[in-house]
Every structure is written in structure tokens, then in C-alpha cells.
Ligand binder design. Structure first.
Ligand code: UDP
Length: 335
């Protein structure tokens, strides 16, 4: 491995962050997690060697002291709010937390000379795509403050590169799903808005039924199509991005998806096949701001990072998500 110096992972107690932390730790890397635990879970940090610091990304004294103590070679930045609907009603919360706070972190990085940054960006930066599959050069016209708060940080990173040589990997995730192979950590949002966990909640009776948002989209079965990507594959891409930057690679902005489109109805069918239970469903109106189809062209990540999704079958993805919901934690961390 090109670099064994410690890595700072912000938001490492969240869903994608915690899976990445486990992978990095399993690769023998020293990892320190900085998380305010607003949405993250203490119980998502399961490896003994990983230090969890509870605090804010924008607390410059704290971040400075962590750099002084550990001399991080790179930062992997997950810490963000990710509720699209809330970003519309409370945009300042999103611009503050997703754009302004990481700028304070970047100021410390500039000060101490740390120049490697892996950023959890999103396909929401594309807005309603002009064409699918989406290639990275497609226009980025986000349609909500969440997407804009993430895109703004992509711009900030590019400007920091020009000004002081920061190199970054902006990883634009599509729809994360699944849990760790041992079922110890998985997706636990409160509130939970994402499709796969909600279908599973409908199956277990945690919610009375699943609302399907729109059946009149211009897709083969009338429901929206998304690109579901396994959280373990996302974690792998972060590890590769760290190696790429540590090895002197150029900054990269790339999609992380499978390139396989799956409709809402196909997810429901997969859940019924995997669990052997009927999903109680109510078909309803479209949810505002949902593009009919989001699908990644994942070729750039393969070219630059040597990364390719290992889980491409939606049944695989649903089986993995079900292992967490049907496991000892029943889909929720204990604390
Ligand atoms: N969706 C749905 N019912 C739900 C949650 C989601 O029909 O309770 C649909 C949503 O309209 C979208 C797809 O499932 O077409 C994926 O939504 P999710 O919120 O998981 O991710 P997004 O693509 O919005 O980031």
C-alpha cells in the first residue's frame, strides 16, 4: 500500500462512512473518525483500533489538534446532511453544514499542508440529466439545495487545487444500499426516506405500507429507475481513491454506480423474492423533484481507479439489506 500514514474520516459513523472505515481498518490503515453523532451512530464504529472523536468538522481548534497529534496524510470527508426535502425547506442548514463547515476544515488542511481529499459527492449534482447513462462531463444543474451544497464544495476543491495544490477525488454516488458481509453494520437513518429500507420496513410491519411515488413515468413499468450501488463497493472506491492520490495521481471526479437501472417495482419484486413475504404497497403521486431515470456510466472510475462494482444484481443488494434488517440489530443500532 503506498501510504500507511493515518487518515481522518469525517462522518465515519454514518452509513457509507462506517463501511469505509471498516474497510480501511481491515487494510491495516490507522483511521481516526470525526463525527458529531447527529445522524451517525457510535455503534457503527466496531473496530478496536479506530478512534472516534465526537465533534464538528468546522471546529478548527479541534481539527488542528487532531492534525498535530496524528499528522494525517489525507482526509476522507463524508460528514453532511442528506435529506433532499429538508434541504428545500431549510437551505441554510445545508449550505452551512455541507459547504461552509468543510471550508473550515480545508482552511486547516491548507495551514498544515495536507493536500489529499476524498469527497463524498453525489449524482444529485447532475439534477435532471439530459441523457442517461450519465457521464461525468454531463452538465451539473442540481435541482435542490442538497445537490447545490455538494456541487459548491466540488467547485471549492477545484479552486483550492489551482491555488495551493490540493488534490481531490470527488466520488459521485448513485443509490447506496446493502450492509457489511458480517451483518454488523448497515443502514440506519432516522427518519428513513430511502426506497430499499422502506420496502423492508413495510415487509416487517415497521411501517404500514410502502408508498410508491408515481406510476406514470416514461419508463417501461411507469416507476422511477435508479442505479443501486452496494455500500461495500462504495467503500472500496474510497480506499482506491486514497491510494490513487497517495501515489501522486491527478484529481478525479467520477461516478460510482453499477450502470444497471432498476425500477421501484423491480425493487419490490426483489424484496418479495428474497423475504418470501408480500410487500403492502400504495401507489400514489409523484414525489417532487424525482428525475424519472438516474443511471451512471461507471467507466471513468474503472479507468482511473481500477474500480468496478462487484455487486450488480439487485437481488444481491436486497439480500444484503435484508441481512441487516433480519439480523440481531433488526436494522437499528442499539444506542
Ligand atoms: N421511492 C418510493 N417510495 C419511497 C421512497 C422512495 O417510491 O418510500 C422512490 C423514489 O421516488 C425514487 C426511488 O424510490 O424514484 C429511490 O428513492 P430514494 O429516496 O431511495 O433515493 P433518491 O434516488 O431519491 O436519492
Amino acid at each position: 500500500m503506498p501510504n500507511q500514514a493515518p487518515i481522518l474520516v469525517t462522518g465515519g459513523a454514518g452509513y457509507i462512512g462506517s463501511h469505509t472505515v471498516r474497510l480501511l481498518a481491515s487494510q491495516g490503515r490507522k483511521v481516526v473518525v470525526l463525527d458529531n453523532l447527529v445522524y451517525g451512530h457510535r455503534g457503527a464504529i466496531v473496530d478496536d483500533g479506530v478512534e472516534l472523536v465526537v465533534g464538528e468538522v468546522g471546529d478548527q481548534d479541534l481539527v488542528r489538534s487532531l492534525f498535530a497529534k496524528h499528522g494525517f496524510a489525507a482526509v476522507v470527508h463524508f460528514a453532511a446532511y442528506a435529506y433532499v426535502g429538508e434541504s428545500v425547506t431549510d437551505p441554510l442548514k445545508y449550505y452551512q453544514n455541507n459547504t461552509a463547515e468543510p471550508i473550515k476544515l480545508l482552511q486547516v488542511m491548507q495551514e498544515v499542508g495536507c493536500r489529499n481529499f476524498v469527497f463524498s459527492s453525489t449524482c444529485a449534482t447532475y439534477g435532471v440529466p439530459e441523457a442517461v447513462p450519465i457521464v461525468e462531463s454531463n452538465p451539473q444543474n442540481p435541482i435542490n439545495p442538497y445537490g447545490r451544497s455538494k456541487l459548491m464544495l466540488e467547485w471549492v476543491l477545484a479552486d483550492c487545487e489551482r491555488a495551493w495544490g490540493l488534490r481531490s477525488a470527488c466520488l459521485r454516488y448513485f443509490n447506496a444500499s446493502g450492509c457489511s458481509p458480517d451483518g454488523r453494520i448497515g443502514e440506519d437513518h432516522d427518519p428513513e426516506t430511502h426506497l430499499i429500507p422502506r420496502v423492508l420496513m413495510a415487509v416487517t410491519g415497521e411501517i404500514p405500507h410502502l408508498d410508491v411515488f408515481g406510476t406514470d413515468y416514461p419508463t417501461p413499468d411507469g416507476t422511477c429507475i435508479r442505479d443501486y450501488i452496494h455500500v461495500g463497493d462504495l467503500a472500496d472506491a474510497h480506499a482506491r481513491a486514497l491510494d490513487h492520490l497517495a501515489g501522486g495521481g491527478d484529481s478525479v471526479r467520477c461516478n460510482l454506480g453499477t450502470g444497471v437501472g432498476v425500477s421501484v417495482k423491480e425493487i419490490i419484486d426483489a424484496v418479495e423474492a428474497v423475504t418470501g413475504r408480500k410487500v403492502p404497497v400504495k401507489y400514489g403521486e409523484r414525489r417532487e423533484g424525482d428525475p424519472p431515470q438516474l443511471l451512471a456510466d461507471p467507466r471513468l472510475a474503472k479507468e482511473v481507479l481500477g474500480w468496478e462494482a462487484q455487486h450488480k444484481d439487485v437481488r444481491d443488494m436486497v439480500e444484503s439489506a435484508w441481512a441487516w434488517v433480519d439480523g440481531p440489530h433488526k436494522g437499528h443500532f442499539p444506542e
